[in-house]
Design a protein around this ligand. Structure first.
Ligand SMILES: [Mg+2]
Length: 217
């Protein structure tokens, strides 16, 4: 069992700031993916949501005592500001992620993995999607499965790197699929050949956690 603290509240604060920067950088790319098979607002929605968090981040940090309340308040901003399907999904992700470590200001790697697990479970509960439905879960599920299997290994950075790589591959794996959920479902076979925008944004956003972990090492 790894007992080393790998993330504190500042880690999550910094990650949220970086996620906001990433959402600005990738806004047009994510939106273009959504234009292919959806309504073309994915990047716009996420940039609006994370901009909302980043604008309030200092206040959020000062007015919260643990990781749970920071992530909960951030998730609530996503829920209230982000339209489409991604707002409720990412909003619940952060809220449930934090719930896992209520009262804590620091977490170990195995605890961090449990946080992601709870967040991903929340996405699955809300979206009711399965693997290969061409959703963000195609990226998230292979990654979390790997993390669960390897969370107690000493070299958590390598474990995290590999998990993110699997999530990225999971996003790629959505290209040949027909969508079973969301707006892309109506396209039938015309969705084939296009990457799912949520799968792409989700591995890229979780990669921010990996990038922050590397900085702390
Ligand atoms: Mg959309």
């Amino acid at each position: 069992m790894t007992t080393e603290v790998i993330a504190n509240k500042t880690f999550f604060k910094n990650s949220l700031i970086k996620m906001a920067e990433l959402s600005e950088e990738q806004r047009d790319y994510w939106t273009s993916l959504d234009s292919n098979i959806g309504d073309g607002d994915h990047g716009i929605n996420l940039s609006i949501g994370f901009r909302g968090i980043s604008k309030e981040i200092e206040e959020l940090d000062q007015t919260t005592e643990d990781i749970h309340s920071l992530l909960k308040k951030s998730g609530m901003i996503l829920l209230s500001k982000v339209g489409g399907a991604s707002g409720p999904l990412y909003g619940s992700f952060f809220i449930k992620m934090g719930k896992e470590v209520e009262g804590k200001t620091e977490v170990t790697f195995p605890e961090f993995v449990e946080m992601l697990q709870s967040g991903i479970d929340a996405i699955q509960a809300r979206g009711k999607a399965e693997l290969q439905d061409k959703t963000m879960l195609d990226a998230l599920l292979p990654g979390i499965e790997y993390l669960q299997a390897h969370k107690n290994e000493e070299d958590y950075l390598t474990v995290m790197e590999k998990a993110i790589q699997m999530m990225q591959e999971g996003a790629e794996s959505t290209i040949p699929l027909i969508a079973k959920k969301g707006r892309a479902m109506r396209l039938g076979e015309r969705a084939i050949g296009h990457k799912d925008p949520g799968a792409e944004s989700s591995w890229m956003l979780l990669n921010v956690f990996y990038e922050e972990m590397k900085k702390n090492n």
